[in-house]
Design a protein around this ligand. Structure first.
Ligand SMILES: [Zn+2]
Length: 85
C-alpha cells in the first residue's frame, strides 16, 4: 500500500502502464482488478482522513511501490471520482 501524494510519483508506473496496456475491470467504486503479466491483481483506492491510499496485491504494491497496476486502476478511479464529485 502506498499514499498517493502527487502524479509525479506515478510517472514511471504510468509509463509502464502505457507500455503494458493492462485491462482494468471495475468491481465497485475504489475496487478494481487489473490484468498483470501472469495473473490478475486486485487494486483498491480509498481516501482516509484526506489521504489517498492505493493498494495492489502484487509484490511491488505490497512493498509500497507504485506499480503499473495501481497506475492503470487510478486512471479509471480518478475519472469515476470526478463524476461523483
Ligand atoms: Zn501491482
Amino acid at each position: 500500500m502506498f499514499i498517493l501524494r502527487s502524479k509525479e510519483q506515478l510517472q514511471k508506473a504510468i509509463e509502464r502502464a502505457k507500455a503494458n496496456r493492462p485491462r482494468v475491470s471495475f468491481k465497485s467504486f475504489g475496487r478494481y482488478v487489473v490484468t498483470g503479466a501472469s495473473r490478475d491483481y486486485s487494486v483498491t483506492c480509498e481516501r482516509k482522513n484526506g489521504v489517498k491510499l492505493v493498494a495492489c496485491e502484487c509484490i511491488a504494491g505490497q512493498y509500497g511501490s507504485p506499480c503499473y497496476h495501481a497506475a492503470a486502476a487510478l486512471s479509471l478511479h480518478v475519472g469515476l471520482a470526478a463524476q461523483r464529485a
